[in-house]
Ligand binder design. Sequence first.
Ligand SMILES: [Cu+2]
Length: 182
Amino acid sequence: MTLRHTLFIPAALLALAACSDPSPEAPAGHDGMDHDAMDTAAAAPAPLPDDGIEPVIAVSASWIRPHPQGRDVTAAYFTARLAEGEIDRLVAARIGGAERVELHTHTMDEQGMMRMRPVGPQDLAAGETLDFAPGGLHLMVFGLAPVVEGDTVEGVLVFERAGEVPVRFEARNSAPAGAMDH
Ligand SMILES: [Cu+2]
């Protein structure tokens, strides 16, 4: 637990730097990001079948990390599950006031360094949860005016079948109780 947090924090700062600072001095992992995004778009999954059941999405533990000092990029998290229906798919997200929001994940490279990259749509099946949590999947939020602990921001998660699901993100420095512990 303690060890994981110790490892995670520098990786998160590095990742934020990689996302927001495309300077020549940026970590090597950044160069691949545009290509990764293009690959993801090219491999768009086939549309979900219409099983006749209207999906209902339940979102909990939605929070956004206060901006690191001097940055205009931060990460937001949530847990989603299908309250009704068989399958749906998260395709995009928006947050009020942000320039854009991307779906990202973290991967470990050969040197054991955490890197992040955009990912494509994320399927959500009945009985499963879609966990966007520190160290894994996350919403990368660009161009949002800095938030501080205690703020809330309104957003939407866009699902292929359920459509737009409103979500309120609470600005806090760690996951709320009930969130997946990574
Ligand atoms: Cu990211």
